[in-house]
Design a protein around this ligand. Structure first.
Ligand code: 3AM
Length: 178
């Protein structure tokens, strides 16, 4: 199964994010609010027995709950083309610490280290062919976006099935933080 570790988000926050989405960006494929998440670690395709090891490793991880605030919007680009638009996260050492613990636990399970820097974000849309000026206006229009802080009391191992329209994410296991 295809796996990733992420924070799921309370519905109050999803609704707040959904207000940002859906307008002003022709060519954007908006992520449906039920799919919003903050990826902590993409794992990828894993056979069942390795998924079990991963579950055990994540279950053994000890961490504390913390508050998280989404703020700002930004874009990812590849080869000079914008590929995604996202909501950002205010600086959060506790989130970084959690991500670090997850990375360490997964490497102990035999996963290759994640080479990319952790850039916490919630993807709002994937972009195929969105005009640069529209994108700049969108980012500017929402630059002051800031949601109310939310408590994070668990993180989640998700499986993902790639769908035609949107992927289907299933929360497989929740790991409490206390
Ligand atoms: O959290 P976001 O939406 O930015 O793009 C995928 C999504 O990112 C990413 O993992 C998250 C949950 O599916 N993803 C998909 N394939 C990936 C890969 N091969 C990947 N991240 C890194 N490497």
């Amino acid at each position: 199964m295809r796996l990733f570790v992420a924070l799921d988000l309370p519905w109050t926050l999803r609704e707040r994010l959904a207000v940002l989405a859906g307008t002003g960006l022709p060519g954007a494929r908006w992520v449906p609010p039920e799919n919003y998440h903050l990826t902590l670690r993409f794992i990828g395709e894993m056979p069942g027995h390795r998924a079990e090891d991963i579950d055990i490793a994540l279950a053994g991880l000890r961490g504390r709950g913390f508050s998280l605030t989404l703020a700002g919007v930004g874009t990812f680009a590849k080869g000079g083309r914008a590929t995604a638009v996202w909501a950002g996260v205010e600086r959060n050492p506790q989130l970084d610490r959690l991500q670090n613990k997850i990375e360490t636990a997964l490497q102990r399970c035999g996963l290759e280290p994640e080479r990319r820097r952790f850039q916490p974000h919630v993807t709002l849309a994937r972009l195929d062919n969105v005009g640069e000026s529209k994108l700049v206006s969108f980012v500017q229009a929402h630059s002051l976006f800031r949601a109310d802080p939310v408590r994070v009391e668990h993180f989640t191992l998700f499986s993902s099935r790639l769908g035609k329209e949107a992927s289907v994410y299933t929360a497989e296991v929740e790991y409490g933080l206390n």
